[in-house]
Design a protein around this ligand. Structure first.
Ligand SMILES: *[C@@H]1O[C@H](CO)[C@@H](O)[C@H](O)[C@H]1NC(C)=O
Ligand SMILES: *[C@@H]1O[C@H](CO)[C@@H](O)[C@H](O)[C@H]1NC(C)=O
Length: 649
């Protein structure tokens, strides 16, 4: 803090740097990659690993300034020698992926977890709903008879934009026999319609974007899905360009943009939105009796906010004033527009996908519908929706009704406002409401509304999945009835002659960026303290990108260098604040299609926390060593592993 302390630290660091050239190199490059997330090659042997993080940026100067926080490396318990787990994970715990035409019986799912509309007998029993979701697929999933399957329909009439990968021009979808599997260069082909998954973001990519995208890649049917990453270009005209060319974190996903998995889309609030035909687009207010004269383009205003063009197509037209005062909660409105126009599903960026969502998104063969959202925790009101995960049948009477309603209410798309409107108008029955177990399994527990048993794991608070310290979570296994997983013996003894003195002297590292991150974090923490619970009841994601820039990555080479320097000793579990444990994804809200991180924008996952376990599973998957929950192995391009957070080193 004080300048003298600073000077002393600088001096001692320099003295140490001069003491040993190797150590100098290690510390130097560590500092560099802690600062920039990339590897400085100054001492790097010629043969760089091919996945070196960035092109060599030689001549980077390290300057010292301000107070210097330290990273204490414990050579006996740290990211470089900590076992990933105490147990052997069963990675393919979901069995085979659902058939490409499998449909979920949404009304049945609603009833099974809610009970009757009036009684809500089961709504609060999340454990029972989860068990149903995990164990009764054969009841609520089904494969329609061949002629009714989504893959048998005409791609030209598909509700999803680009459902056939050819702009909805093909005569028919590919058939399973000829459909191509994904490879490094190609996403393969889908024997059925391709479904868009929409997400919305502003600012640089962060850990949230990373875990969102990786969870998508880890669980969804990739040849049959596309991730549309919408970037707000009303706020930043260059948003797409920035993401493609100047984003240090997103760089790792560029091969997937190339392969077609991820589409970067410019989001601008449209001034007019096409409405379906054969629908009363005035919501019963009625079309004008004397609509007046067409303008030069042949367009007539035929109702309140509804324009009809020369071809008879009706449009929802925003006024100049509405365009000037676009909603603050853009993402609230965005999801309704995107789904109306393109179909598919919208997910908040703090949604972590756990299961293939496709069966929820294919239209019911009888009704052609698949519109749903989630309940607002365990609120009993029929209009209390949450739209963190939402699907709307594109260009449908319901999707345009919801859009018009939100626009009419002054561009207010808050889910509970929209929901109550739909309820008042008797439209909520078309807009199915799934219980929290489907997408946000701890919300009911968090709001103290749970009946029956706690979930598996039993987590009562959104912060808990970030925690990895010993005994930081009480009773997380209280509802687990399965067999206890066999624990691996990881006891090691300290190797004789470990150079402890060197470690003591060199175990702390300067990291200016971390200091910056720390200050920001502290500032945010003060604001956030106490407000956490309130914030958790809100739904609008608040990206805080500055938070994320300071994780670092390592290569096996750096680890070798650390080892040579004696900074890596045998692992001693008793010295570890974050010892490995028996958490595996198999027991992480089995049955739910997603887990909702629910804001928590300033938190990073501690080692051995539930999120850390997920990161390891995904890293192993992208390395080709572990399967995903469906027993599939990664065939795509290299995806870099998660970075590490200096505060947990
Ligand atoms: C919406 O559906 C109508 C038919 O109801 C169709 O004519 C129109 O092209 C569709 N619009 C979009 C944007 O798909
Ligand atoms: C994990 O360990 C705890 C005790 O620490 C035990 O109660 C629980 O059943 C174990 N869970 C599994 C899946 O083995």
């Amino acid at each position: 803090m004080a300048d003298t302390g600073l000077a002393r630290n600088v001096l001692s660091l320099f003295r140490n740097l001069l003491l040993a050239a190797t150590l100098y190199a290690i510390i130097y490059s560590l500092i560099h990659f802690l600062e920039t997330g990339s590897i400085n090659p100054i001492t790097r042997p010629e043969a760089l690993p091919s996945q070196a993080l960035s092109p060599p940026s030689s001549g980077t100067k390290l300057t010292f300034g301000g107070h210097n926080p330290k990273i204490n490396l414990n050579p006996h318990a740290n990211w470089f020698n900590r076992p990933e787990s105490l147990v052997i994970a069963k990675d393919d715990y979901l069995g085979r992926r659902p058939h490409v035409d499998t449909v979920a019986n949404l009304p049945l799912l609603v009833e099974a977890c809610r009970g009757s509309l009036e009684g809500l007998e089961k709504m609060r029993n999340v454990f029972d709903c989860m068990s149903y979701l995990a164990n009764s697929e054969e009841e609520y999933y089904y494969l329609p008879e061949p002629s009714l399957r989504a893959s048998s329909q005409d791609p030209k009439k598909a509700e999803y934009a680009n459902a056939d990968g050819h702009g909805n021009t093909l005569e028919r979808y590919d058939i399973p026999v000829t459909a191509l599997a994904a490879s490094k260069q190609s996403l393969g082909t889908c024997a059925g319609p391709i479904i868009p998954y929409h997400m919305y973001w502003t600012g640089p990519a962060t850990w949230r974007v990373e875990i969102f995208i990786k969870s998508y890649l880890y669980t969804q049917n990739l040849p049959c899905s596309r991730l549309w990453l919408w970037l707000d270009c009303d706020r930043n005209k260059q948003a797409v360009d920035d993401m493609l060319h100047r984003d240090p974190l997103f760089k790792r996903f560029l091969p997937l943009v190339e392969r077609g998995d991820i589409k970067l889309k410019e989001w601008r609030f449209p001034s007019r939105i096409p409405l379906p035909r054969d629908v009363d687009n005035t919501d019963g207010l009625g079309y004008y009796k004397n609509p007046g004269k067409p303008n030069l383009k042949g367009e007539i205003t035929v109702g309140d906010g509804v324009v009809r063009d020369a071809n008879g197509q009706e449009w929802l037209a925003l006024t100049q004033k509405q365009m000037t005062f676009l909603p603050v909660a853009v993402s609230d409105a965005f999801r309704f527009v995107a789904l109306h126009l393109h179909g598919g599903v919208y997910c908040d960026t703090d949604i972590l996908m756990l299961r293939d969502m496709r069966p929820l998104l294919l239209p019911d063969p009888k009704t052609g519908q698949h519109s749903f959202a989630e309940r607002w925790a365990a609120h009993a009101h029929e209009g209390d929706y949450n739209t963190a995960v939402m699907s709307l049948t594109a260009n449908s009477s319901l999707s345009s009704y919801l859009l018009r309603g939100g626009v009419r209410m002054g561009l207010n798309f808050h889910p509970r406002v929209i929901g109550r409107m739909a309820w008042k108008d008797g439209r909520n029955q078309e807009f199915l409401m799934l219980e929290t177990a489907a997408f946000d399994p701890i919300w009911t527990e968090f709001n103290w509304d749970r009946e029956g048993r706690c979930t598996v794991p039993c987590i009562r608070d959104y912060g808990v999945a970030f925690k990895g310290r010993v005994d930081s979570i009480r009773d997380e296994w209280e509802s687990y009835d399965g067999p206890r997983l066999k624990e691996i013996d990881i006891t090691h003894h300290q190797r004789a002659g470990a150079p402890a003195s060197l470690v003591e002297r060199h175990g702390t590292l300067e990291n200016r960026l971390r200091r910056r991150g720390e200050t920001q974090r502290r500032r945010k923490r003060t604001v956030a303290a106490g407000a956490e619970r309130v914030r958790n009841d809100q739904h609008e994601p608040k990206p805080e990108p500055a938070e994320e820039s300071n994780s670092f990555s390592t290569t096996s080479q750096e680890i070798d260098e650390l080892r040579k320097a004696g900074l890596i000793a045998d692992y001693i579990i008793d010295e570890d604040h974050y010892p490995p444990n028996n958490r595996t994804l198999e027991n992480f809200f089995r049955g739910s299609w997603s887990y909702h991180i629910h804001n928590q924008w300033t938190k990073h996952p501690e080692p051995s926390s539930w999120f850390d376990v997920i990161e390891h599973a995904q890293d192993g998957f992208f390395r080709g060593e572990r399967s995903n929950p469906y027993g599939e192995y990664w065939r795509g391009p290299l995806v870099e592993p998660y970075g590490r957070w200096p505060e947990f080193a």
